[in-house]
Design a protein around this ligand. Structure first.
Ligand SMILES: Nc1nc2c(ncn2[C@@H]2O[C@H](COP(=O)(O)OP(=O)(O)OP(=O)(O)O)[C@@H](O)[C@H]2O)c(=O)[nH]1
Length: 524
């Protein structure tokens, strides 16, 4: 094995997805703790405290500063190097989450056993499905009276349309929660909220008399349950998991540390290392010797006055060395990356190299855009960074018309960063902002004022949804001439139809059958 192959095989890059409050932050914290990356619980929670006050811009600003370094948490566990990518908790920032999901090789889905599958879980799972991302499921909060485990699996299968393969099975729940049985190790881990790692004892075998000794009549209930579960549920199938068709399911209680280690072991044992990535011209294998990667997230740095930003780049192939010269494919320029940040959760000191699956942060002054590809010279363009149809729209106006240039520049740059989407209708001079969550508008207004010295006023804009237009050029011209106020150019000058309502959208679809109206487009 070459050093490159070796480093690839030990990389696991994943994100946690969940509906708010299912326990994502708690689980992240416990994973870091089991991985030895944090010494005391609470470090992640402190960050979350600021995240909850998202309606307050000052808090957001603080959080933005802190989260540059906490967006990627890298730590060694067993023989692997784990990259855990953070995703914003608030659903108004789900665009950011969607993009982060394009940079991972797998995901962990957290389900609250009391609430089952929730709205945000459905949305996020659909994003994972676009790339057939393999998903492990963690059913959390077994220490509470929740839904029956078998009903939860049914719900996941029917609502999310993914097969479930239980890997562990809970013994009771709520007050009667005693632990889990591992279906493949034939081992029982007993729950003890007082024990340091949540587990009192582990025993082998369902027929072990110690089982009856410890949990009495629940032992026979468990034996019956397992017989039923083995007969009625899907057996684990590695291929089905890796192709995103089946999700191995674990049960536990994150706040009590219980079940977390099994999950982390599953990330090492079952989740895939970096695999080939599609680009416009060809597939790029991770073990190609030459470096390549793409930018999936741009974040303004701690000091907004300097307008420096960090571009988060996912390494797709080869090895990155500090100071190496790389090509920014979009501009054709060669850049020396001397000041890249790599991320170790344990100590913030930088390392000098990165391998496929790793994330590096490149400081820049707005010259690097979302979705861009970097290589050692080849003109590659990675595909797959999505932009989603916004659901909220505002018309941007300014108090002082002399500042129109600053407004245009500010909006253009914030759109490149992904903070909002910008649309310019073909007729008139209106600047329309689109967002997936309305909180994005507050962020944009505040940043325009602080960073560009522009006071913006957002007004209602009559638009229900946006669709990117692809297809026949002649029909596009006709549509643009006929509805020039509703056809706009986005930040990348691609045509978009701004539909006042669904009736209009259906009408233009019928009228222009050779055009396609897409809900998402790729940024790069
Ligand atoms: N009873 C119980 N509560 C839990 C468990 N895990 C997490 N919680 C609690 O559930 C609440 C939400 O957990 P978080 O980890 O903050 O959830 P989150 O998904 O990160 O929430 P957002 O940041 O809003 O996305 C907190 O009060 C946790 O203490 C568990 O295993 N059992």
């Amino acid at each position: 094995m070459t050093p490159l192959d070796n480093e690839i095989s030990r990389r696991r890059t994943f994100a946690i997805i969940s509906h708010p409050d299912a326990g994502k932050t708690t689980l992240t914290e416990k994973l870091l703790w089991f991985g030895g990356a944090i010494q005391v619980a609470g470090e992640v929670r402190a960050r979350k405290a600021s995240r909850h006050a998202t309606s307050d811009w000052m808090e957001l600003e603080k959080q933005r500063g802190i989260s540059v370094t906490s967006s990627v948490m890298q730590f060694p566990y067993r023989e692997c190097m784990i990259n855990l990518l953070d995703t914003p908790g608030h659903e108004d920032f789900s665009e950011d989450t969607y993009r982060t999901l394009t940079a991972v090789d797998s995901a962990v889905m957290v389900i609250d056993s009391v609430n089952g599958v929730e709205a945000q879980t459905i949305k996020l799972l659909n994003v994972c499905r676009m790339r057939d991302t393999p998903i492990l499921t963690f059913i959390n909060k077994l220490d509470r009276e929740g839904k029956e485990p078998i009903d939860l699996l049914d719900e996941i299968e029917s609502v999310l349309g993914i097969q479930c393969a239980p890997m562990t099975w809970p013994i009771g729940m709520g007050k009667r929660f005693r632990g889990v049985y591992h279906l493949y190790d034939d081992a029982i881990a007993f729950f003890d909220p007082q024990a340091e790692k949540g587990t009192a004892e582990i025993i082998q075998g369902l027929d072990n008399p110690r089982l009856d000794e410890l949990i009495g009549t629940q032992a026979d209930e468990l034996r019956m349950d397992i017989e039923l579960v083995r007969g009625a549920s899907h057996a684990f199938d590695a291929e089905a998991y890796l192709s995103g068709k089946q999700s191995p399911v674990f049960f536990g209680s994150a706040v009590n540390n219980f079940g977390v280690q099994s999950l982390l072991d599953a990330v090492v044992d079952l989740s895939p290392p970096p695999i080939a990535r599609p680009s416009v011209s060809r597939e790029v294998l991770p073990n190609e010797p030459k470096f390549s990667g793409f930018v999936f997230k741009i974040q303004a740095n701690m000091d907004p006055k300097h307008r420096d930003r960090i571009a988060f780049l996912r390494v797709c192939s080869g090895r990155f060395d500090r100071g190496m010269k790389v090509k920014q494919v979009a501009s054709g320029k060669m850049l020396s990356i001397n000041n890249a940040i790599t991320f170790m959760a344990r100590d913030r000191s930088t390392t000098d190299e990165a391998w496929p699956g790793d994330i590096i942060g490149i400081p820049n002054h707005g010259t690097i855009r979302l979705g861009e590809t970097f290589t050692e010279g080849e003109d590659l363009r990675f595909t797959g960074i999505p932009s989603f149809a916004p659901e909220h729209f505002r018309l941007a106006r300014i108090a002082n018309p002399l500042k129109i240039k600053q407004l245009q520049k500010g909006l253009q740059q914030l759109a490149e960063e992904g903070a909002t989407q910008l649309f310019r209708p073909l007729s008139g001079t209106d600047l329309i902002l689109g967002a997936v969550g309305t909180l994005q508008f507050d962020v944009v207004a505040s940043r325009l004022e602080n960073e560009y010295g522009v006071q913006v006023i957002f007004e209602h804009y009559n638009c229900a949804t946006a669709r990117w237009i692809h297809g026949d050029a002649a029909e596009l011209r006709q549509l643009s001439d006929r509805y020039s106020a509703n056809v706009a150019l986005d930040g990348a000058d691609d045509p978009v139809y701004l539909a006042p309502n669904n009736v209009y959208l259906n009408m233009v679809k019928e009228k222009y059958p050779n055009l396609r109206f897409l809900e998402a487009r790729e940024v790069a």
